[in-house]
Design a protein around this ligand. Structure first.
Ligand code: UDP
Ligand code: MG
Length: 160
């Protein structure tokens, strides 16, 4: 492994990806994780977690004036979610593409929402919308020590 690849995590782009309670209940956990794994991003954190109301409100605080906010908070806290931290150059924008449009009926086939969901209010997965929000959200959902520092043996076969 070349020294260039051993970069402190804080310097590398990260996205917070979350399988929402509908994705967990519908048995889509493996399928959704698999799409990010196969793409070639590096998994840094993963847990099944029952989200408290306050955390859901903080996570979605930019939407707090929207009419759907109370229903959104009920949805996100209605069952366990899968919290993930994924890492790699360009991971934030790429994950948004893999996830697809907010409204699953408008999401392209081949995307997670395009293939696996039909309603905005049950759109199975979250992905950070900017690298700054990636860091912010990972810090919000994960505690110190919950992220792994590791190198995948695949890296030299993914990144030249
Ligand atoms: N949402 C909703 N109704 C709306 C818009 C959004 O229920 O009209 C929910 C939906 O679950 C969405 C989340 O609020 O994923 C966050 O909205 P945002 O616009 O940030 O969409 P995203 O970034 O998830 O695509
Ligand atoms: Mg968003």
């Amino acid at each position: 492994v070349s020294p260039r690849r051993i970069v402190a995590s804080s310097d590398v782009e990260q996205s917070y990806i979350m399988i929402k309670p509908d994705g967990v209940q519908r048995g889509l956990v493996g399928e959704i994780i698999s799409r990010f794994e196969k793409k070639g991003f590096l998994l840094k954190g993963l847990k099944l977690f029952q989200c408290p109301k306050e955390l859901a409100q903080e996570h979605y605080k930019d939407l707090k004036e929207r009419p759907f906010f109370p229903k959104l908070i009920d949805y996100i806290t209605s069952g366990p979610v899968i919290c993930m931290a994924w890492e790699g150059d360009g991971v934030v924008a790429s994950a948004r593409k893999l996830i697809g449009a907010t409204n699953p009926l408008q999401a392209e086939p081949g995307t997670i929402r395009g293939d696996l969901a039909v309603q905005t209010g049950r759109n199975v997965v979250h992905g950070s919308d900017s690298p700054d929000n990636g860091k912010r959200e990972i810090a919000l959902w994960f505690k110190e020590g919950e992220l792994a520092q590791w190198e995948s043996v695949q890296t030299p076969w993914l990144i030249e």
